[in-house]
Design a protein around this ligand. Structure first.
Ligand code: ZN
Length: 158
């Protein structure tokens, strides 16, 4: 596996969501009390814990731009949380997800279909390594496979 890092939502975006109460569509963020494991925060890349409150809104993905660009529904801790910063570690919200979709993109931000893969989050290491080892790949996005929401971007280090 090449060296890599999971890239969360920028802190500036998280702060704007929390301060304005609005998402990237200009819509009012929903507030949800955590009552189970289905609340992955896209800033700290950890699951919301019982007793915490999450914001739910639409997030404009930084990449891919162009033809494959898409917004995504996301959860975000309502209160401040530390931005995920680990290297060479798969984010907890990916490992915890029952079914994820790996989507690799090239330098032109076009999708590399042959590297796409769907599997349990806990089994993501091998297909992620395959995508990152391919010289065409510039970055990878990992989505939930059922609703299709972005969990995290992944980029090679060095
Ligand atoms: Zn968080």
């Amino acid at each position: 596996m090449p060296r890599f890092r999971c890239v969360p939502m920028p802190t500036g975006t998280a702060r704007r969501f929390r301060q304005t109460g609005r998402d990237d569509r200009g819509l009012t963020l929903h507030r949800r009390a955590v009552d189970g494991p289905g609340f992955p925060c896209r800033h700290c890349l950890r699951l919301g814990l019982p007793g915490e409150t999450m914001l739910l809104g639409s997030y404009d993905l930084p990449h891919p731009l162009g033809t494959y660009w898409t917004p995504s529904p996301i959860f975000l801790h309502a209160d401040e949380c530390p931005r995920y910063a680990a290297e060479d570690e798969i984010a907890p919200i990916v490992l915890a997800n029952g079914l994820v979709s790996i989507r690799a993109y090239d330098a032109a931000e076009l999708c590399l279909y042959d590297l796409g893969h769907v599997c349990e989050g806990a089994a993501v290491a091998a297909p992620l390594a395959r995508a990152l080892e391919d010289p065409r790949t510039r970055f990878v996005n990992i989505h939930t496979a059922r609703p299709g929401c972005l969990l995290t971007a992944v980029e090679r280090l060095g």
